[in-house]
Design a protein around this ligand. Structure first.
Ligand SMILES: Cc1cc2nc3c(=O)[nH]c(=O)nc-3n(C[C@H](O)[C@H](O)[C@H](O)COP(=O)(O)OP(=O)(O)OC[C@H]3O[C@@H](n4cnc5c(N)ncnc54)[C@H](O)[C@@H]3O)c2cc1C
Length: 291
């Protein structure tokens, strides 16, 4: 199918993009990698009358470490994260970077675009929750930094409102004894997740878990933080039992729908299995014996 007719505008600076977004309001959509928006327009699921193409804004094509965070600009492509040594140091981001779609899609697709799209089966939203990321959003009233849990509002809905542009995502850099991991079950390479999960563990000097991040995706209306699992992990010692208990919390929280990727029962169970794997890998990466 072909998209409905639309006006195409190229923005050459952030200010120009913001002016175009302010002028066209709810009629306008930002075009980043186009890997979600263009298919949605072709299927007439999205019918913006104006596309504001931000690709000419080279100032948004960056990735850097700054003030304790890996900062990913709105035009940093998935493929750049995959190739970055800085990202390789952060398990959950490195793991996710090689399983998002396929290499062709990753050449164009952006991390920030994926967060803005907020597909319930997207990989980056789960990784962002696990790391405690935030998004810098700019609009007519200035800048605001939105914590990822507030940013991901509902299926395909975020905290970005008409007239605003997401500028960058900030992923806190792991410090101290921290490790993380991401797992996804897909029907074939390049497919969206049947279920996916990520975990991050920080160990205290005495070997107990000081902090934890756990999230699941493709098993509910949006990526979900497994708060109950995080709570029981904090203060516990790494063990098979604590992994089992955290995995059970993920299974309980998961609320998937049936589709051609599997039944709700299967997906619920897989959410728990993947949380278990992500936790075990995090412990192994920390050098905890027995994992
Ligand atoms: C064949 C195929 C397979 C895929 N498989 C997967 C997969 O396995 N896992 C996965 O996570 N994703 C998958 N995707 C989606 C892909 O990762 C997209 O690239 C990504 O979700 C969106 O990034 P984008 O830069 O292409 O955004 P676009 O498609 O350009 O935009 C997506 C939405 O976000 C908005 N937006 C984008 N950037 C901004 C911004 N800076 N400020 C405000 N709004 C913005 C747009 O207006 C639009 O509504 C797949 C896509 C394809 C085509």
């Amino acid at each position: 199918m072909f998209p409905a007719a639309f006006e195409y505008q190229r923005a050459r600076s952030v200010d120009e993009a913001l002016a175009l977004l302010a002028k066209h309001g709810s009629d306008a959509r930002v075009l980043a990698g186009g890997q979600s928006l263009i298919p949605a327009m072709r299927y007439r699921l999205a019918r913006p009358s104006v596309l504001v193409d931000i690709n000419p804004i080279s100032a948004l094509a960056y990735m850097k470490e700054d003030k304790g965070a890996l900062v990913v600009g709105a035009l940093a492509r998935d493929a750049e994260l995959e190739a970055s040594p800085a990202v390789q140091r952060y398990g959950v981001l490195a793991d996710a970077s090689v399983v998002v779609a396929d290499p062709v899609v990753r050449q164009s697709g952006t991390v920030v675009g994926s967060l803005c799209h907020n597909d319930p089966a997207g990989d980056w939203p789960v990784a962002a929750i696990v790391t405690g990321a935030s998004v810098l959003v700019r609009g007519p009233k200035g800048d605001r930094v939105v914590a990822i849990d507030d940013f991901l509002v509902d299926s395909y809905q975020t905290a970005v409102v008409d007239g605003e542009l997401a500028i960058e995502a900030r992923f806190p850099i792991a410090n101290g004894k921290t490790a993380s991991a991401y797992y996804k079950i897909e029907r074939k390479v390049g497919d969206f997740a049947t279920a996916c999960a990520g975990a991050r563990i920080k160990l205290a000097a005495n070997g107990t878990i000081e902090d934890a991040g756990v999230a699941i995706g493709a098993v509910g209306p949006k990526a979900m933080r497994v708060t109950a699992a995080e709570k029981l992990l904090r203060g516990a010692k790494p063990s098979r039992d604590v992994i089992r208990a955290a995995a059970e919390e993920a299974t309980k929280l998961a609320d998937p729908v049936a589709d051609n990727r599997g039944s709700p029962e299967y997906k619920k169970q897989m959410a728990g299995v993947l949380v278990g794997r992500a936790l075990a890998t995090s412990f192994a990466r920390l050098g905890v014996r027995g994992f």
